[in-house]
Design a protein. Structure first.
Length: 488
């Protein structure tokens, strides 16, 4: 059997794994996606670009303006938000596969690389999560390819997409002009591109500074860590190492840009509190664009054999790094559980007299409640990000319902968040209401001043539906197709 035929056969076998991954993980929608979508919903319903419907405590809780803007359309047309973004994910997958195959030299090799990436469960989960991970990784790989091909129009377009997709891409405000200079582009082009990027940066940062009072996303102030973590760096920075190989044996300019970009991003991640790092999301934001670029580069190589094995090892190493049966079962079960717990809680609050509530989960409950919500972690609260979760912030929000993180054994004490909440609960005379069950290991103990029949009924239903552990829960819900869960 010739190597091309062998590669085609392996690709066909991988597609069976891809199909299984799509069945299991395309049902996943992460709670954080609802934070972003709430902006489009609030704009349509209340005429204000804000997380809270009354505009209180203005904060840029999203890190992906392009998805926040995209949420306006389904909100305005009354479309189901989850279904809309699942269809966007499918369209984006198709578009990226088409783009990389069109740019590839050896298309059989590129098809293998794409199938290999999709055979890693994390790729499918991130693609359908509702967040911007797939768009970011694909567009970033296209930027590296475009600058290497000196397709500067495509490269500039990718920069425009990227800086509206992830804050890490702000590095391209400097690296894109640098790439032009390194490629010895004419100075008129360098100036034009630099001016265009300067205008984009001015509009982007200027709007957020004017409207939210801060040029940087509120999440930056919450996630910035206390210092560089060597252990975290060892889990992340190795994924940037192929850039060194590219600099030594491939395109030197691209190799240096890969090292500069992913080295800086990896260093930043190593000093940050990486909230919601499910299935190694942040290393994946290095591994995905790196693998896509390498696949394209190998598709144009004259003798890609050994290097293809190296790329395969790279992708499989990430697959091994992100593999945990418990994590994978948890991701498969995540949104089915969320529908019965957090989504249902938000709907119950919307049907109640509760005007404000405080939880550490800032997505689905707030999205569906359409009421003032205090994110006790601070992602969606500039007050918490600046001042911490203290008595004054709680008095300003005046929540009528407060939730504490709990598990099957009871409330899990988090002094940094719970101390102020306990003081507020005692001050308001709140008593235990019920416990919302997302899973045996993740629950919310709810406190309020009096009976809340809608919320109590939701708690009871969540305990009945979500009380099972991951394996029996998965065996039951995985019988249904993933699109059965493509709804709000």
């Amino acid at each position: 059997m010739t190597p091309p035929r062998m590669l085609t056969t392996i690709t066909a076998l991988l597609l069976l794994v891809v199909a299984a991954n799509l069945w299991i993980f395309a049902r996943f929608t992460v709670d954080d996606a609802f934070i972003t979508w709430r902006y489009g919903l609030t704009l349509i319903r209340h005429g204000i670009w804000a997380y809270n419907p009354d505009g209180f405590d203005l904060a840029q809780a999203y890190t992906n303006p392009i998805y926040a803007l995209a949420s306006i359309l389904p909100a305005g047309l009354g479309w189901d938000m989850v279904l809309t973004f699942k269809l966007i994910s499918l369209a984006l997958l198709g578009l990226l596969c088409w783009a990389f195959l069109r740019l590839a030299g050896d298309r059989a090799l590129m098809r293998f690389v794409l199938a290999l990436l999709m055979a890693v469960p994390a790729t499918v989960a991130h693609a359908f999560s509702g967040l911007e991970t797939l768009l970011y990784g694909g567009a970033l790989a296209l930027w590296f390819i475009a600058q290497e091909r000196r397709d500067w129009r495509l490269a500039l377009g990718m920069v425009a997409v990227l800086v509206l997709t992830r804050p890490e891409a702000w590095l391209l405000f400097a690296l894109h002009p640098l790439a032009l200079v390194m490629a010895r582009a004419d100075w008129a082009r360098v100036v034009r591109h630099s001016l265009a990027l300067g205008l984009l940066a001015g509009v982007y940062f200027g709007f957020h500074l004017w409207w939210f009072g801060s040029a940087l996303p509120n999440t930056y102030y919450v996630k910035a860590g206390d210092g560089f973590s060597g252990a975290q760096a060892l889990r992340i920075l190795p994924y940037a190492l192929p850039g060194l190989a590219v600099a030594l044996w491939g395109n030197r300019r691209t190799g240096l840009l890969l090292i500069a970009y992913f080295g800086a991003v990896g260093y930043s991640y190593a000093g940050s509190d990486l909230l919601m790092n499910y299935l190694q999301r942040f290393p994946f934001q290095i591994a995905l664009p790196m693998a896509l670029y390498l696949g394209w580069a190998l598709s144009h190589a004259t003798k890609p054999g050994t290097a293809t094995l190296g790329l395969t090892a790279y992708v499989l190493a990430f697959g091994w790094h992100s593999w945990s049966l418990g994590d994978h079962l948890g991701i498969a079960n995540y949104y089915p559980r969320l529908l019965t717990a957090h989504v249902a809680l938000g709907r119950a609050i919307a049907d109640s007299e509760i005007e404000a509530f405080a939880l550490q989960d800032a997505g689905a409950p707030a999205f569906h409640a359409d009421r003032r919500a205090l994110d006790t972690i601070g992602l969606a609260s500039a007050l918490v990000a600046r001042e911490g979760l203290g008595p004054e912030v709680l008095r300003q929000y005046n929540p009528a319902l407060v939730g504490f993180l709990a598990d099957a054994e009871g409330i899990v004490d988090r002094p940094d968040r719970h101390a102020a909440l306990w003081s507020y609960v005692e001050e308001q005379g709140f008593t235990p209401l019920c416990t919302l069950v997302w899973a045996p290991h993740y629950q919310l103990a709810l406190y309020t001043a009096g009976p809340q029949p809608e919320v109590e009924a939701t708690c009871a239903r969540s305990a009945e539906a979500n009380g099972a552990y991951e394996l029996p829960f998965a065996l039951a819900q995985l019988r249904r197709p993933p699109w059965a869960y493509w709804h709000e």
